[in-house]
Design a protein around this ligand. Structure first.
Ligand code: 5GP
Length: 204
C-alpha cells in the first residue's frame, strides 16, 4: 500500500508529558518528521536552533507573517509561535509530519487542512497533573497555579480533537504506541488510498 504523509497535530497541556511521549514515538516510528516551529521566545538550555525551534526576532516573525510564509501562528506567554509553510514540504516524501502546537493552532490547522489528524495527550487526572508540575521543582506556586488554570481551559476543549491519548505516569511508551496505532489506522482509510482503490475498482 502506498504510504501517505499525514499531517498530525499533537497538543497537550503543560504537565501532560507531551515531550516524553513524542520522544518515545520518534524512537519507535520511522517515516515520521517533526515540524520545527518558528518562535520569538529565547532558547532554553539545551535547545538547538533549527532542531527544537527556529528562534527568530519579533521583526523576522512579523516579516514572515507579512510574506505569507506562516501557516498558522499564535501568541503564547508573550511570544509568537508559528508553523512555517515550508515545514509542510516534509510530507512530500511520504513522511508523516508531527505538529506539536497548542489548541488555537490545532483548531486553525484543522480548518485549513481538514484531513489533518488531531490528537490531544492528557494526564490521568487534575491531581496527577498538579503533582507532576510540583515534582518538576522548577515551578513557583504562582507558576503552578497559572499552568493549572491554563490546563483547565485547554481540557475544556478536549472534544475539539479527534483522538485522546492518556499518558499514565511511567508509561509514555504505551501512549506512543497508541499514537502509532492512530497513524496506522488513518493511513488505512479508503479515502487516503485512492490509487489502490482505483486500481481495484473495475466498471463493467
Ligand atoms: P514552549 O515555549 O513550552 O516550547 O511552547 C509553548 C506552547 O506553544 C506549547 O503549547 C506548544 O505546543 C506551542 N507551540 C509551539 N509551536 C507552535 C506553533 O508553531 N504554533 C502554535 N499555535 N503553537 C505552538
Amino acid at each position: 500500500m502506498k504510504e501517505k504523509g499525514l499531517l498530525i497535530v499533537v497538543s497537550g497541556c503543560s504537565g501532560a508529558g507531551k515531550g516524553t511521549v513524542l520522544a518515545e514515538l520518534f524512537a519507535k516510528a520511522d517515516r515520521l518528521s517533526y515540524s520545527v516551529s518558528a518562535t520569538t521566545r529565547l532558547p532554553r538550555p539545551g535547545e538547538i536552533d533549527g532542531v527544537n525551534y527556529h528562534f527568530v526576532t519579533k521583526e523576522t516573525f512579523e516579516d514572515m507573517i507579512a510574506k505569507g510564509e506562516i501557516l498558522e501562528y499564535t501568541t503564547y506567554a508573550g511570544n509568537y509561535y508559528g508553523t512555517p509553510k515550508s515545514e509542510l514540504k516534509k510530507t512530500e516524501s511520504g513522511d508523516s509530519l508531527i505538529l506539536e502546537i497548542e489548541l488555537e493552532g490545532a483548531t486553525n490547522v484543522k480548518r485549513m487542512v481538514p484531513d489533518a489528524v488531531t490528537i490531544v495527550i492528557v494526564p490521568p487526572s487534575l491531581e496527577v497533573l498538579e503533582n507532576r508540575l510540583r515534582s518538576r521543582g522548577t515551578n513557583t506556586e504562582e507558576d503552578i497555579a497559572r499552568r493549572m488554570k491554563q490546563a483547565a481551559v485547554e481540557l475544556r476543549h478536549i472534544t475539539d480533537y479527534e483522538y485522546i491519548v492518556l499518558n499514565e505516569t511511567g508509561h509514555a511508551d504505551r501512549a506512543a504506541d497508541e499514537i502509532l496505532a492512530i497513524i496506522r489506522a488513518e493511513q488505512s482509510k479508503t479515502a487516503r488510498n485512492p490509487d489502490l482503490v482505483g486500481s481495484l475498482t473495475v466498471n463493467n
